[in-house]
Design a protein around this ligand. Structure first.
Ligand SMILES: N[C@@H](CCC(=O)N[C@@H](CS)C(=O)NCC(=O)O)C(=O)O
Length: 202
């Protein structure tokens, strides 16, 4: 258990923040969120926490850690004694890492950017490119999920949490999940996990 409550700098509508908070809920880890909307992220105080000016940032005692996937790795290693959320075997660990890379690549620049454009405006990326990236990764996910219940194996890992939020919220950006039945079934499996909390729509 954490010696003092964990702190997450983030916002309620940030999918990157949600994936971190979701793992903390699933692990039953107490935490509090410090709201960090765009003007806060550009402040000198925040830039000391993360010079990239991005949320989420985790504070655990003296530790300050930025990047949602890095935070997932830390929390899983530090607070999941069973190691279920981040397996250690070479093949299993590599399978998880592959999905973390897709979460920071095709998913971040496909469905996540499309949602930002639709909801907040101004992604600086052409819509056809976001649609192409989305179709490529969602088609791949659908095929993989036809073979197993979760992205990296039979049980959920941080791979699923890293990918879940922006895939589940893809329709907000005009990316339909209708063509991807296995992805929709996987979303339902994630949402059925004990202590799951959704990212709000508004
Ligand atoms: N690779 C980072 C990306 C985080 C990210 O893009 N966060 C957004 C909000 S959801 C942000 O802070 N954007 C501000 C910016 O990039 O300047 C992570 O996984 O944490």
């Amino acid at each position: 258990m954490a010696s003092s409550p964990l702190i997450v700098h983030g916002t309620a509508l940030s999918g990157h923040t949600h994936r971190v908070e979701l793992l903390m809920h699933l692990l039953r880890l107490p935490f509090r969120r410090i709201d960090a909307p765009v003007p806060v992220r550009q402040s000198a105080a925040f830039l000391k926490l993360n010079p990239l000016g991005q949320i989420p940032v985790l504070q655990d005692g003296d530790l300050v850690l930025a990047d949602s996937n890095a935070i997932l790795v830390y929390l899983a290693r530090r607070y999941d004694p069973q190691g279920a959320w981040l397996p250690t075997g070479p093949v299993d660990a590599a399978r998880v890492q592959r999905w973390l890379s897709l979460a920071a690549g095709e998913i971040a620049f496909g469905p996540a950017r499309a949602r930002i454009g639709a909801r907040f405006g101004g992604t600086g990326m052409p819509a056809p490119l976001m649609a192409t990236l989305s179709a490529r990764v969602l088609g791949f996910m659908d095929g993989e999920l036809a073979q197993r219940d979760f992205l990296a194996g039979a049980a959920p890992t941080i791979a699923d949490l890293a990918c879940y939020t922006y895939v589940a919220h893809a329709p907000e950006g005009g990316i339909s999940l209708e063509p991807y039945p296995q992805v929709r079934a996987w979303i339902a499996r994630i949402q059925a996990l004990p202590h799951f909390v959704p990212m709000p729509l508004n």
